[in-house]
Write a protein that binds this ligand. Sequence first.
Ligand code: GDP
Length: 194
Amino acid sequence: MKKQKALIIIKPDAVQRGLSGTITKRFEQVGLTIIGLKFQKADSKTVIAHYPSTDVWFEKVGKRTLNNCAAKGVDPKIVFKTDDAVAIGKQVKSWLITYFQESPVLIMAVEGYECIEIIRKISGNTIPVLAAPGTIRGDFSHDSIDLANEAMRPLRNTIHASDTIEDGEKEVALWFTPDELFSYVRADEKIMFP
Ligand code: GDP
């Protein structure tokens, strides 16, 4: 079995709330290897490249918002001036570009077996109220999707975590140069994977 790589970004809301160390610890303590780590201001070009400019991604994000509006009886045309999922997804992406540049972010590349599933499990649902207790978003974010949409800003849900094996590879290569990444074996691997 091959190890997978993933990108974690501790977003500006968590950095400004002093949660960088606490959140980093969760990924370290589960056994993943930190292979890259840096603290910097994100530039808009990298954030634009990071979130896919594909109709598939826009639609995923837009549909989530439309479902949420439907469940709450909110008219998306009032908040978003449209009920088209792709157009809504595009709006969320433009908010993310501004949000990511609010403060420095902590960018981390991690590696491990089934790394993607592990980081998504630890991160919890995108929408904090749906994130289980014990997950990072469940424990450290209490933002509301309705408030976020009304204020025309992204959900402040503390972290980004790659959500497919392909995205993990792509995102690590986008945010890190090869000489910023390290290859080493954690001491506990001898016990865990004899
Ligand atoms: P993730 O992989 O769990 O971060 O979720 P996505 O890739 O679908 O969305 C990227 C980020 O956009 C999320 O982490 C949120 O910060 C934000 N976001 C996603 N969907 C919505 C939405 O419907 N409304 C708002 N306001 N923000 C959203």
